[in-house]
Design a protein around this ligand. Sequence first.
Ligand code: ADP
Ligand code: MG
Length: 677
Amino acid sequence: MDIYSEIKNLKGVGPKLEEKLNKCGVFTLLDLLLYFPRDYEFVDGNPEISDISEELKQIISCKVVSFDRDIRTKNGKKLTSINLKYSDTKVMAKWFNQPYIKNNFKIGESYNLMGKYKKVASHLEVINPTIVFRDASDNEILPVYPLKGDITSSVISKLVNSILCSIVVSENLPQYLLEKYNLISLDEAIRNIHFPSTKEKLKDAITRLKFQELFTYSVKLMMLKNHLKKGNCGIKFTMSPELGDLKKALPYELTSAQSRVVREILLDQKSSIPMNRLVQGDVGSGKTVVAFISIFNVYKNGYQAAMMAPTEILASQHYAEAKKLLEGFDIDIELLTGSTPNKEKIRIKEKISSGLPIVVIGTHAIIQEDVNFTNLGLVVTDEQHRFGVEQRSKLINKGKEPDVLVMTATPIPRTLALYLYSDLDVSIIDELPPGRKKIETLFFQENSRQQVYNLALGEIEKGRQVYIVCPLIEEDEDGKLNSVDKIYNELAEGAFKNYNIEKLHGKMAPKDKEYIINRFKEGHLEAIISTTVIEVGVNVPNASVMIIENCERFGLSQLHQLRGRVGRGQYQSYCLLVGNAKNNVTKKRMMIMTESNDGFYIAEQDLKLRGSGEMFGLRQSGDSGLILSDIIEDINILKCASEEAKRILNSSDTKNIKLISEISKNLSRSSKYICFN
Ligand code: ADP
Ligand code: MG
């Protein structure tokens, strides 16, 4: 059986099932083999209390001792508790909003309860367990697949099993690597990730496959870099004589960090090796103008330049700023986003494909298939953490070998940047423009909200403006989190009733969003109640207060980004974090925020506390292809994999060359980073 053949060729897969599998992203037999479980259910006959893991579901046979009376929790949920016993250990089972669950239990009877068991003092606790009618005496590990639609885990298991019965997955790492790192074979790993025979085997399988992912990831980044370095086919730009005039025309002097980074970029532009540079700079360090200067030089050399931002708000803001700064230098600048009217789009696209020099500022719309840059010299992507490796390479493919500049305000600790962006050179703007005051950051418990508003109102009286950020748009069922709607309604009637306030969130039409932002910019609104749509880049120097509701819900880097929306002018600014800091981790996180204004330090702490997957949105976007691995958690595997990849890529051993050519061939074929030969 060919593992690249379509899934419908598998016995038992009819058109209906095929469609369902397609919905899960499974098109070929290989896709199915790489469709890893997201979790496992451990059916453990006699788990020792010490073996019980909080991470995994387990089935435990418990005897009912007594029922507690239902109680209402603070947020209005009904809590049902049953006391049980597992041999001599007390087990407390709790359910939310399922009072009828008691009818399924009888005192003195035993039940097999499946759930995640937590050790609390000397007893076990399990939330929302289900009764299963499977014999709990078998030792078994059942895969739980990430599912879409009405397909079940057992259907997937059956299909995977039938593939594995008829093939052996051939090995694709050299034997010496398996030996050196004590890795099991690819075949064994694939079998055990789907059907682990023991917990140890499952661990071995995960380790092997993580190594595989991170090895392939490293190879891919390095090949991208080598390809660019070897290329020698980049554009050699010259220094425009007008650069000096532009600098003079700027409304401020560049900081020395900005000047240094501009120099590094201009040197790259002069070279025949295509530029591939990451500019890191804390929020407010002035990255935008650095990008504009680079764009200016490319334009004056007769080439086209594109600048991509992650949101329409940001794109329009850059557009306005570019118009202002580059005004008087005879530069053709266009804005292209999803909401550009069709007629306009056609006009702009025609201009782009004509090859005339142009600066196009926009959103993802710029990398759509039907935008044909014919003379692209530079691509700038702002707030890079929103764009993955895949998109980066897609962009590069747009032009012949354009220079690439990526800008990010999510500082990445050097060690990590080395691996995460090993295809990029890095410049750092480590200085803020002069005259900025330190943003005063304070934490408030939920119940001192009035104090927060008083502070904000005081600032408004002085002529300043206020942002209020909430984690949700609309109220959710359990009312735990504050929403834009709720806070807006409260404030419009209450504390802010004498002022003009508006809502802003991602579900609004782009035009409406822009309208609100502009009203705020022009000073017609005293406050906006918003979701994190204002997180990136929005620049309103008169705003001096940032209130963040349910601050414990946000990552530190995200809080830092949000905080960066204030303190952009000459006024003393405040970031007021409102939330619940009950547990120690939250307390620690909020302390980091109130004590530090240093984005690099904060990012490092954030990484330690949360892991990279969340921080860079790698997991969610799937762009990185890292399905099992977390760059921080698995940093040790990444280091080894990356070293080995480098060694193999740089060696002239024919065996290795063959391996690399296999990998590169398969990279294009396989959507994921685990490749087969
Ligand atoms: P970020 O690095 O977060 O993208 P911006 O480029 O938006 O920051 O710049 C933040 C603010 O600082 C803008 O209002 C910009 O005009 C201003 N600015 C940038 N460079 C300087 C400078 N050298 N001196 C004074 N103000 C500057
Ligand atoms: Mg910016």
